[in-house]
Write a protein that binds this ligand. Sequence first.
Ligand code: SAM
Ligand code: DTB
Ligand code: SF4
Length: 328
Amino acid sequence: MNAPARDLHASPRSDWTREDIAALFDLPFPELMFRAATVHRAHFDPAQVQTSTLISIKTGGCPEDCSYCTQSVSNPTGLKATKLMEVEAVLTEARAARDAGASRFCMGAAWRGPKDKDLETVCAMVEGVKALGMETCVTLGMLTAPQAVRLKQSGLDYYNHNLDTSPEFYRHVITTRAYQDRLDTLEHVRDAGISVCCGGIVGMGESRQDRVGLIHALATLPAHPESVPVNALVGEDTRAVESSAKIDPLEFVRTIAVARITMPKSMVRLSAGRQEMSEETQALCFLAGANSIFCGPKLLTTPNPLADSDRQLFEKLGLSPMKLPCTA
Ligand code: SAM
Ligand code: DTB
Ligand code: SF4
């Protein structure tokens, strides 16, 4: 076992090397799970799982060519493009999500980046959702520094912007924006004082080395993202789905475990892909240190487990929804 265990109470490291991370991925599964579960317990109650609800406030017709995305015009999925929702309609959905137990409401728009006029509408949504007592998160594509400051003024808690994959594999996934563009947006968000939600997708035909590269890029950011969503590729009729085999469930669990060990204080979110996952795989993800999920029947455009089946799963596993305020 080449990956040395670290002092659990040391402050989170930002100097991980690719070799360190590859060595973690290579650990025998029981050792990897033990280490991840130990790190998880040092910072969180492993029986508590934070729940967020997603809503697509502007769907489809996106000019970016992300090969995995059902909302890109480069993937003719037949998805109907919509206009930006009205503020009141969004608040009605937020109330329902809160009453169903979600502590965070995440609003996603299929944009390359927001126009300033649309940003004002999103800011009104953020203010309204905050007034309901929920945490807020938005994902609107690339942001300029002043746009990030404007979102902060509206009270936004989190901005989701993913690195998606390793720097090397990135060009196989998206050509209309660069990895550096993503890093720039993350810097604007962090500088504005908004918490960062940043992760990626696995199962797009990338290699183990690319998964190592993704975790390395996340764990060596100037500060670890407060939330790290790990998505398994979902959807139909996209170029990524057509050209890649499904990720092996145990490799997905390993990715969660390595994210937990390298970013010990972050919320690690078991994100897209739960609908296709067995209860056993989800249980292994929670053992590996995942402590957040999306709840509700839909992600942005694709299905997610129904509230009842998540309730049953939580009951079987003795898990409970994390109470606000959570630590991230
Ligand atoms: N347009 C914005 C952007 O790209 O930042 C916001 C929305 S986008 C849907 C947010 C993230 O969701 C993507 O970066 C990607 O990591 C994830 N995602 C999108 N489509 C996915 C899919 N089909 N399967 C898994 N994850 C997906
Ligand atoms: C993230 O990393 N995963 C969520 C959220 N951030 C916005 C999105 C998942 C989208 C899955 C595909 C869909 O439903 O369109
Ligand atoms: Fe557009 Fe975001 Fe989808 Fe890329 S991931 S096509 S930027 S909505």
